[in-house]
Design a protein. Structure first.
Length: 222
């Protein structure tokens, strides 16, 4: 991890290029919107996508856990693309997930896509949590004044580089809210300055774009 740490909610954090957030004080990793089994859900509806999204997402997640040395993992909802996702998992995905949930303290926070995660997945399940003064939930709550981590919106930042437009996952941070990007392989994204995100953030907000060697920070217009 080479990006500079930053402070939020009285805690120290590090943004990873994959879209995960490392919590220094707890030696924990926080991710949002894995959307496991999205490809199989689309296939069931007749839209064929490569069926490797879940195993690719879990491999990327395991890499982040090993690289940071984290002992806890907090998943901020929509970890499954739908409640039937666990039934569609291949044996490889099930075995990989079972190995991970056995090695780490793994907490599933429920989301709008997965309000009832299967107990067969392992780990703990809760609708939201308050840990060391920081709230963890799936979707940011308007009017919440406590420090809050959430996902749901899949924020992205569009950079204009040498005449080209490049879109990257980003974190969006205000005074009391920090919204994580989607970690899942097949997830899309919403512009960080779009009204559904910007309206939640208060007067001052910025997009945080992690690169391998630095953290880029861009103020969001009011």
């Amino acid at each position: 991890m080479t990006c500079s740490p930053f402070r939020f909610g009285g805690q120290s954090w590090q943004a990873l290029t994959q879209g995960a957030l490392y919590w220094h004080e707890r030696n924990a990793l926080v991710v949002a919107d894995l959307h496991l089994e999205k490809a199989s859900a689309y296939a069931a509806g007749g839209q064929m996508l490569p069926p490797y999204d879940s195993i690719a997402t879990l491999a990327e997640l395991e890499t982040a856990l090993l690289r940071t040395g984290a002992r806890e993992l907090w998943c901020l909802g929509d970890s499954l693309h739908d409640d039937a996702g666990a039934d569609r998992m291949t044996d490889q995905v099930r075995e990989t997930l079972a190995g991970l949930t056995a090695r780490y303290r793994w907490v599933w926070i429920t989301g709008n896509h997965d309000p009832r995660p299967s107990p067969e997945l392992g780990g703990e399940v809760c609708t939201e949590a308050e840990i060391d003064g920081v709230l963890l939930r799936h979707e940011a709550r308007s009017g919440e004044t406590a420090p809050e981590l959430s996902g749901h919106f899949h924020p992205k930042w569009r950079l204009h580089v040498r005449g080209r437009s490049v879109s990257r996952r980003c974190f969006v941070m205000g005074e009391t809210k920090l919204i994580l990007p989607a970690f899942g392989t097949l997830t899309g994204g919403l512009d960080a300055g779009a009204p559904p995100i910007r309206s939640l953030m208060g007067a001052v907000a910025e997009a945080l774009v992690p690169l391998p060697s630095q953290l880029l920070r861009f103020p969001l217009p009011a």
